[in-house]
Write a protein of this length. Sequence first.
Length: 451
Amino acid sequence: MAIDPASLGAIQLRDRIASGALTAEAATAACLKRIAETEPQLNAWAYVDGEYAMTQARALDARRRSGAATGALHGVPVGIKDVIDTEGMPTEYGTPIAKGRVPDKDAHVVARLRAAGAVIIGKTVTTELAYMHPSKSRNPHDVNRTPGGSSSGSAVAVAAGQVPLAVGTQTGGSVIRPASFCGVVGFKPGYGVVGRTGALIQSPFLDTIGGFARSVQDVALLVGAMAGHDPDDTASLLAPAPRLCEASQQEPPLPPLIAVMTLPGAGNDMQQAIAELAATLGDRAVDVPAPPGFDKADEMRRLINLAELAKCYYPLERRGREQMSPELCEALDEGKQTLARDYLAALDWRQVLNAGLEKMFTRCDAILCPAATGPAPLLSDNTTGSPAMNGPWTLCGVPAITLPLMQDQNGLPMGVQLVGRRGADARLMRVANWLMQRFETMTDQSEGKTT
């Protein structure tokens, strides 16, 4: 039986295309077919240009046939969140205020993806201006539930097999949480690892670009291609990009020691699932309390977020406040009331919290905690879910990854979050690969399979 290219992961596709067993054109056509079949139910896309996608794919096939060098993502279809500029494609930020906006230049990350040989399929749905008002996207596991936000379309597109890779952004929990709700891998790299020029800026101190895939290795491939110094982003690290793809396929030199931490707000199903997972790790897991100050971390993150949102979105508010949702208007108004002394004091929390984490990371390789408070909420709840499990790590600027290891009693996905030391993105990827492999081995053994 022929394999549907849309069911393959990014590395599988890339390698088949490189060997000549599959063409970029066939891979792209398969993804477009899957989109056509599932999009009416899921609403993952703000814009798709199938003809342009096929043109890109044919050009990449011609390049391979010519014997020219190919990139790490050669022929792999990718979706781009609709807050990231893509030359010649509408980038409307999920708001009618920006309707008809078509950039004439790629964002830094899109340019890097093109250079790596990616096929840009289109723009995935974002919540309004990447904030909390629910989008039109639906959860592939239950269309009556939210896929999360704000990178809702990107998580849905990957979970539904519409594309193997998609790009998202996170200011609170907008990569980690949708990945948890949709049952995929989501990776938020450390602050400054991926350049943000050409992306909508909501909070300069917090905004981070990350990605979605269906495996640890695939998300490492995606974010590794985007990582690197961005001279026009003052937060961009002037340092070699972490070797994520290589690390994601390595065994740790020693079995990692995992610190298990529960933040306030996790639901009973999530707490029980984390406890069960930790128990299976035996002496490789140790319960740890949250460092001092973590009970206020998401509160400080939110204060910074809203103060900077009020400043960054002021031009859009002036152009069309009447077209903004009540949630966004309330956030803007709250941000405007923030005192300068409180904002500046909140900025200091990154250093304070990371000092507490440093002590933990001298003993442990990664922190294991919930990726969300529980499974995806119902659409009728009118929420994209709480960022309480993610905000502290975004404030700290540390790398974090969602692993789709758990389900609730109804079979809905619940992700576990692994958090790494700041500046240790590759090490976190290696630990994530170890945990996924260990979990898969245990699952096979419990089902009586041979490995």
